[in-house]
Design a protein around this ligand. Structure first.
Ligand code: CU
Length: 162
C-alpha cells in the first residue's frame, strides 16, 4: 500500500515536472523574433566551410542584437558581412554582432550579411534540415531549423513568365 502511494506520487511529480518544462524553456525564447527561409549552401564532400542565410524580423519595441550562432554541424559559425571594394568581394567578421532594429528586419542573403560555417563536421545535403542556434545579447537563445540548398536556389529576382 505504501509502495503504491510512493509510486503514484513519483508518477505525479514527473508528470508535473514534464508539464512545466516546456514553459520554462519558452521563457528564454524571444517571442518578438521571427525566423524565415533559413538555408545553408550545400557542400561537396570534404569541403571545410559554407554559408547560411536567413531573414529575421523583430516585432518588438526594442532593438535586439544577434551576438553569436552555433551549430553541431560546424566547429564555429561566424557572422559575416560582404563588402565590395573596386568590384572585389570581401568578407568581414562582425564581432560586435548584428543589430535588428525595433520593428525592423534583417536579411542574411548571398552577397550580403551571412552566417559562415567553418570547420564543417558533415556534408551539407540538399533538403536536409540542420539545427542552428541563435544567441542574442539579452541572453535569449532560439534554435532554428535550416535546410540545405544549392547555390542560387532562392534567387527570386522577381523575373517570371506567364
Ligand atoms: Cu563569409
Amino acid at each position: 500500500m505504501l509502495v503504491r502511494v510512493v509510486l503514484s506520487a513519483l508518477i505525479i511529480s514527473s508528470v508535473v515536472f514534464n508539464f512545466f518544462l516546456p514553459e520554462a524553456k519558452a521563457e528564454i525564447r524571444n517571442s518578438h523574433l521571427k525566423f524565415e527561409g533559413g538555408w545553408i549552401r550545400v557542400t561537396s564532400p570534404g569541403h571545410p566551410m559554407t554559408a547560411g542565410y536567413i531573414t529575421i524580423s523583430n516585432n518588438g519595441s526594442k532593438d535586439v542584437v544577434l551576438m553569436s550562432v552555433s551549430s553541431t554541424v560546424a566547429k564555429i559559425v561566424e557572422l559575416h558581412e560582404t563588402t565590395f571594394n573596386n568590384n572585389i568581394m570581401k568578407m568581414r567578421e562582425l564581432k560586435n554582432g548584428i543589430n535588428i532594429p525595433a520593428n525592423g528586419i534583417i536579411h542574411l542573403k548571398p552577397k550580403g550579411l551571412h552566417l559562415m560555417f567553418k570547420g564543417l563536421k558533415t556534408k551539407i545535403k540538399e533538403a536536409k534540415k540542420y539545427k542552428v542556434k541563435f544567441t542574442f545579447m539579452n541572453g535569449s537563445e532560439v534554435e532554428v531549423s535550416m535546410s540545405g540548398k544549392k547555390i542560387g536556389a532562392k534567387a527570386t529576382t522577381g523575373k517570371h513568365k506567364h
